[in-house]
Design a protein around this ligand. Sequence first.
Ligand code: DON
Length: 465
Amino acid sequence: MKSPIPDYLNHVLEKTRPIERGAPADYIETLAKADTSKMAVALAMVDGNVYSAGDDKVEFSIQSIAKAFVYAIAIEDAGLDQVLKKIGVEPSGDRFNQLSLERNTNRPMNPMINAGAITAHTLVCSPTATLHERIDRILKVLSKLAGRQLYVDEEVYKAELRDADRNMALGYMLKAAGVISCDPREAVKGYVRQCSINVNVQDLAMMSAVLSNGGVHPVTQEQIIPHTSVRQVLSVMTTCGMYDAAGDWVSNVGFPAKSGVAGAIIGALPGQVGLATFSPKIDERGNSVRGVAMCEQLSRDMGLHMMDVSHVARSTVQTSVSNLVGTEHEKQNPACARKVVVFKLRGAVRFPGAERLTRALAYELGKPDPSEPGSGHHSDACAIVFSFREVFSLNFIARKLIHEDITRLLTERKVLCIIDPTGVLEWDTAKAEGGRHPKIVDNDTEARDYIGGTGCQAVSEDPEW
Ligand code: DON
């Protein structure tokens, strides 16, 4: 069977192609000459699979999209505290190249407008680094994210630098305000160079997918951007990535995004997909007109709005009860013919899933409570089993809550066996207080053997245990 996804992407291109509004950026000569018939779209899944359609190999300069990734590099090199001292995180509501600083703090409003982006550029490597060192670092990281060696388009760089008066003015303003300490001309040249790195939509979709995948490259599995920086970058992309159109964008499209004046837009939906569109005609805000239309369509058709509640966290815990039957030589095992309660979790467990487990434990194993009919039914169980076989991940609070459940059950001297073949629980036997530990095993058989003796059988309503 041929996947319908590329056909769908072609359909999105054809649907938006008739839009003729906008014009290529005219303040950079090379961009003004762009072929406006070119259009492309790409999706990169968090497992590294890429779909694309249209002019997906056509290269263009990354422009302001670099701001999101350079912000991540600045956080890594200078530390988040230092970056926040220099650059705010408030949407400005102004144009991208507005000569403005935040009232009271004198910082650029955010790292997505030029004032903030020039400042972020100077925080790459160290404040004393040369332009060459900073660009070298930025090119290395961006190439790693794209999965191929990227390069600076010298023609675009020279063309933008010829008319960079406004950005130069921003550089001097930042120096005068004490935000940057290096030569403002060097800072702006470096910023313009980072804008002139060439990419195509496939590169951009993969770079976005790294953000969607918690900073881990979907193909190489390398953690390129630390998890905490990803959250910071996606947050400012959400509130400031589309400049003074940010509010419209969040309500209509609803995923973190960043645009560039060459006509590209990237989007990164956490945990799901990275995407990129390209069409050179931009609107007065600097966002590609067809690109915005493509993103609106993709979001609608594919349910990509981050505020859409696709499913409420339910049924992540399944409870079942079994009786163990011993073998001939272990008939006397005290666990035999008594019940074992099994709690099975599934999927990516976060606070709601762990809360369901905690509630189920209290209900099934606690004292009977007349106000909760059926509660305490299994308080006499000889053993408790947690099965994490189908758990893909536990976030920190889910893990913390389940650890606390385990500690409390052990304090009550319950026999506890945990099926955790992938080690997702991260139970540290060296650290547990009082030296009490659950038995951790790889599969159901090992759990049964531990509780009821080698080779015992389970008789249950649940055929799996
Ligand atoms: O600073 C500039 O003018 C450009 N090199 C980058 C601007 C940009 O891409 C704005 N975004 N849509």
